[in-house]
Design a protein around this ligand. Structure first.
Ligand code: HEC
Length: 309
């Protein structure tokens, strides 16, 4: 027994060590919005109003560079999707979904009789339109960097929706698109309540933007005490959001935080469109198991009632 306990304890310690080693890595730990996201945890559910707004932010801001090629327009109107309407069990008939699809013009898979590509409005059964024809074109338009596809981005990055939120709200506001030099001094902190006490200058390479949440290493660009190089790294994406950038259809005020919250939740939904159903099923199974355990315990008591043990 003692040996089992010991090895258990050793295992636990190893897990904890691994965890802390990770936390000591280069970038700031993504924190997400203050209240957290509603879709997290066993009972978590997506806040569908927010997922709807997030789609709007994606459409109007991010989709010019980031594709979502695993998604089809009809997914938006399927059960568990942001625009699901019980009146249209077949999402292909959902008028809103049709309208969203038709806002994009795509090239049909079948060319015309002369072999020339045919452009037409997208239909619900089509894949989300790609912003670029191919990777080369995407890189050429973005200074050599490739904007990652967003289909499963919250699964592909440690921290998920929190990471998206932190990254797009985390650019230092005191040097947005500045001359490339960021002065760190007493009055600066990477974000609120942060006590790094950084002193020095960070030189942003041409076409690169500092972000404390981006994985990387700032030491080579840091003129100051090397032990106190700012956390994070550089990425080729400039800050994307500014207050009032989209006009929400539901009248919500489009602050940077609100848009980041909504788009992060939309991307989390896109990465797992069936999450709501999965969690509902999971909770039902737990309740069933709890009831079953109770019944089994009672029958055990009953069977052994008259047996001395
Ligand atoms: C003008 C084009 C452009 C737009 C618009 C844009 N991005 Fe990006 N984004 C990029 C590029 C380029 C990269 C790759 C940067 C790199 O690897 O250095 C990127 C990378 C990212 C990353 C990945 C960072 C990582 O961990 O690798 C996230 C997350 C991201 N963008 C979120 C967004 C969101 C959310 C929006 C919309 C609000 C958006 N982007 C709009 C160009 C864009």
């Amino acid at each position: 027994m003692k040996r089992i306990l010991n090895s258990l304890a050793a295992g636990l310690a190893a897990i904890m060590l691994a965890g802390s080693a990770h936390a000591a890595g280069g970038a700031e730990h993504p924190h997400g919005p203050e209240e957290g996201f509603p879709h997290e945890g066993v009972f978590g559910r997506f806040e569908m109003d927010s997922v709807q707004r997030g789609y709007q932010v994606y459409r109007e801001v991010c989709s010019s560079c980031h594709g979502m090629k695993l998604l089809h327009y009809r997914n938006l109107g399927e059960p568990g999707g942001p625009f699901y309407d019980p009146n249209y069990p077949n999402a292909n008939d959902n008028p809103l979904v049709k309208e969203f699809a038709a806002q994009d013009t795509i090239t049909d898979a079948t060319p015309d009789e002369f072999g020339d590509p045919v452009q037409r409005p997208a239909r619900p059964s089509d894949q989300f339109k790609s912003p670029y024809a191919n990777e080369q074109q995407a890189r050429a338009a973005n200074g050599g960097a490739l904007p990652p596809d967003f289909s499963v981005i919250t699964k592909a990055r440690h921290g998920g929706a929190n990471y998206i939120y932190s990254l797009i709200t985390g650019y230092p506001s005191w040097d947005v698109m500045g001359d490339g030099e960021i002065e760190f001094g007493e009055e600066y902190s990477v974000h609120e309540g942060d006590e790094h006490g950084l002193h020095g200058t960070l030189i942003q390479p041409q076409g690169q933007y500092y972000n404390p949440y981006m994985a990387g290493d700032t030491t080579p660009q840091w003129e100051g005490d090397p032990r106190h190089a700012p956390p994070g790294g550089f990425l080729a994406m400039p800050p994307q959001l500014s207050d009032g950038q989209v006009e929400y259809l539901d009248g919500t005020e489009a602050t940077v935080e609100q848009m980041a919250y909504d788009v992060a939740q939309f991307l989390a939904w896109a990465g797992e469109p069936k999450q709501t159903n999965r969690k509902k099923a999971g909770v039902a199974v737990l309740i069933y198991l709890a009831l079953l355990a109770g019944v089994l315990w009672l029958s055990y008591k009953r069977i052994w009632r008259n047996v001395a043990h």
